[in-house]
Write a protein that binds this ligand. Structure first.
Ligand SMILES: Nc1nc2c(ncn2[C@@H]2O[C@H](COP(=O)(O)OP(=O)(O)OP(=O)(O)O)[C@@H](O)[C@H]2O)c(=O)[nH]1
Ligand SMILES: [Mg+2]
Length: 95
């Protein structure tokens, strides 16, 4: 087992804006990187779940802020990547 520490990963929701995200003061961990580098796949690896975070072989799959509550105590957050031009470039697009 790769990460026996994670027992109960739970999808909470996909949020289009930061202001809509959960605000319960639990720690949040997120990964930053270019589109298609494997950020969503990394969340699946860490939680030992195949399809918890949605992945795709084409860049730009993750478009919202996706919150996964880990063991009722902290969050893994799957973020969109950068460098994929189809999404809006306006500053604060997810703000
Ligand atoms: N060879 C290889 N492919 C990987 C690895 N991790 C992910 N992939 C593949 O890379 C592609 C993109 O993975 P995602 O996890 O969707 O990438 P992402 O960073 O979340 O992409 P965006 O949501 O567009 O930002 C998929 O086809 C994965 O199967 C890895 O470690 N090795
Ligand atoms: Mg992704």
């Amino acid at each position: 087992m790769i990460t026996p520490e994670i027992k109960n990963p739970e999808f909470i929701g996909s949020f289009p804006k930061l202001s809509l995200c959960p605000e319960d003061n639990k720690p949040e961990y997120a990964f930053i990187g270019r589109s298609n580098v494997g950020k969503s796949s990394l969340i699946n690896m860490l939680t030992v779940r195949k399809n918890l975070a949605k992945t795709s072989s084409t860049p730009g799959k993750t478009q919202t802020l996706n919150f996964f509550l880990i063991d009722k105590s902290w969050y893994l957050v799957d973020l969109p990547g950068y460098g994929f031009a189809k999404a809006s470039k306006k500053p604060g697009g997810l703000g």
